[in-house]
Design a protein around this ligand. Sequence first.
Ligand code: 7TS
Length: 427
Amino acid sequence: MKSAASELSTLRGAAPILAFDVARLREDFPILHRSVHGKPLVYLDNAATSQKPQCVIDAEARYYAELNANIHRGVHALSQQATDAYEAARDTVRRVINAARREEIVFVRGTTEAINLVAASWGQRLQPGDEILITEMEHHSNIVPWQMLCERSGAVLRVAPIDDDGELVPRELERLLGARTRFVAVTHLSNALGTINAVKRIVDLAHAKGAAVLIDGAQAAPHIKIDVQALDCDFYAFSGHKLYGPTGVGVLYGKAALLEAMPPYQGGGDMIREVTFAKTTFNDLPYKFEAGTPHIAGVIGLGTAIDYVSEIGLDAIAAHEHQLLAYATEQARAVSGLRLIGTAKDKASILSFVLDGVHPHDVGTILDGEGVAVRTGHHCAMPVMEHFHVPATVRASFALYNTRAEVDALFRAVRKVQEVFGHARPT
Ligand code: 7TS
């Protein structure tokens, strides 16, 4: 059966673009039909991981049912077909982020592994006193690998601060970018605040100082069209599972010249050209960085997820999500005792808040009882929590299949929380 997305695109070729038909698109996601605690599921935890359309589930199942074999090594038909499918996904990724060459696409386990790869490999060139600049809004996976690298190398970690809207302070960032800055690692979209950073400008500033730049695109990839050549970033990392694809697979984009010059991250099968006990020579890009049997089904599923999103159109998805965020923000502002955490001018898809006198975990538990799935906690961004003097927030995060009715359900549940805790006030 055709997915709603593929029918949309078929029609798009001949007819004017159809309105974004969220009801039709929801049909592509089987999990959205289930209930939780006897209530229809309202899934608003998309920043943690998004749900999977049937075509992605089918692509993984089809691989195991029809193609399963190890890649890059068999002369037999299955191995060759599996290799073709795996490598076709690399071409899909290259196209969607507009990388110049397919060799620049390295498959990894996810954003975390991509960042660790760069820190471990590129990081070997750092000298004591060199500086790495990150920001106060980074996810722990874009903090800890750089701290570990600083420990190893004697480099110094600098942190660009945010203001009380959750925006970077450009003046401070520019001040911290100095002659000793060798590397800048910054998120494209904050998972705790929803802030979209002006990453192109940061890349230009960093390059003017001779520093290389990694963009953490874990949150941006499902919401913002990425063009790595236009951004001119040196590295870009994202995860499949936030982009409607499988868990356990992600992408590191790196400029070919940089990747060429970098030592391998892990040793093993597939990443070598020749091994003797005297000396091993390494394989060409990107295989030099793909040691061992990869998550073949996951890579194929990721390619399918990217095709799915591309058929609907990231711009259409972003516009839909932007409307939902605006609607949810308006409702949030009408709830007395609710404080939004993250009020940047340029935001996407994430609504973080706290309620007076109620711990976010209690909010999350009551919301769950109403079928509303949100994430509560520090969102692996403890420095952000510290900045706003909160232990945790409640975070609702939107995807292409969310609706205004679901935003209404969220705020009905929030009012219920306030009733339970005796904080209900006229709004
Ligand atoms: N960077 C950002 C900005 C993220 O939001 C996440 C995951 C990561 C990196 C790590 O991605 P992974 O796929 O390697 O785990 N963020 C979240 C979140 O906000 N809730 O659960 C995971």
